[in-house]
Design a protein around this ligand. Structure first.
Ligand code: SF4
Length: 303
């Protein structure tokens, strides 16, 4: 079956079976094309709670599917079980639990893109776009931030009235960007703004013109008068930026900005998932789910 026929079949079957496809901004172009909704974790959480359907196909990594299962009463299915965020894999939940037990004065704050087990031992989750704002308002003076230490460092610089420390894990994609790449790009295109993700290293963020979350980058780019922009985050975002800004040209800061786990889901995987029920139905222990939900609900109070 060619891609065109596969797309037609996916669209037909998802209507027949009352299925919606939710895709993360970092997904392949063809997945974004067939998705009913494309967005970041926060946007997809809201969709998963309110959308009228029986089943959601979650195209992203495992932590996205788990997050949607935590908040939504629909069947959540992921087409490719092996799509797992390496940053999440680096975190040892047992060690973090020990830290929490030994240091009760710390509030445990996890990123919204963390795995369900981390959310379950956290006091509150935060989306990258609101991390600084929410942490500033927390009662606790001592914050342990997990899961991205580059983002944690960024937060600790911005939140001056608290002791913010980070657990050692990082996004392998954003952490790869180097300050030399910014310097070289600036020399090549001195007139183009360079925009990076807050999961990049500190020296990269310092040299960039703007640093933000995926949703903040999307909003910031819309507001720019510049017609040519350099983007320092995962390449999938370029599809979204080009769709929203047809008058602007985008170039990736580094060719290494490709998350292979976000790219594991192909059109054929989604087709098999929808037509042959070949995907993984996400199941979460109810006790773990309720604890993770509590940390998400705590986040929602600040939004
Ligand atoms: Fe994980 Fe980074 Fe890939 Fe997102 S882009 S899934 S945080 S490795």
């Amino acid at each position: 079956m060619n891609d065109k026929n596969m797309i037609d079949e996916i669209i037909k079957i998802k209507e027949e079976k009352n299925i919606k496809i939710l895709a993360h901004n970092y997904q392949n172009y063809e997945i974004q094309q067939i998705a009913d909704y494309v967005g970041d974790y926060l946007e997809l959480i809201e969709v998963s709670k309110n959308v009228d359907c029986k089943t959601i196909i979650s195209c992203g990594v495992r932590s996205l599917a788990q997050t949607l299962k935590t908040v939504s009463n629909k069947n959540i299915v992921m087409p490719v079980s092996e799509a797992v965020c390496p940053m999440n894999k680096k975190i040892n939940i047992e060690e973090l639990t020990n830290f929490k037990n030994m240091h009760p004065q710390f509030t445990i704050v996890s990123s919204i893109n963390s795995q369900v087990e981390l959310k379950a031992i956290s006091d509150i989750c935060v989306p990258t776009s609101k991390a600084v704002e929410i942490i500033e308002k927390l009662d606790s003076e001592n914050i342990l931030f997990a899961s991205d230490m580059n983002l944690g460092n960024y937060i600790s610089k911005k939140v001056e009235n608290k002791n913010v420390i980070s657990w050692t894990s990082y996004c392998t994609i954003h952490d790869r960007v180097t300050k030399e790449e910014i310097i070289n790009m600036r020399e090549k295109h001195p007139d183009r703004p360079i925009i990076v993700h807050t999961q990049c290293r500190e020296d990269v963020i310092e040299l960039a013109d703007y640093a933000g979350s995926t949703s903040q980058i999307i909003e910031y780019v819309k507001s720019l008068k510049d017609k040519k922009v350099i983007i320092g985050t995962e390449t999938g975002i370029l599809h979204v930026l080009r769709r929203l800004n047809p008058d602007k040209k985008f170039e990736l800061l580094s060719p290494t900005l490709i998350c292979m786990n976000m790219k594991k889901t192909s059109l054929e995987d989604v087709y098999k998932c929808i037509a042959k029920e070949d995907g993984e139905v996400i199941e979460i222990d109810e006790n773990v789910r309720l604890k993770a939900l509590n940390s998400i609900d705590n986040m929602m109070k600040y939004l």
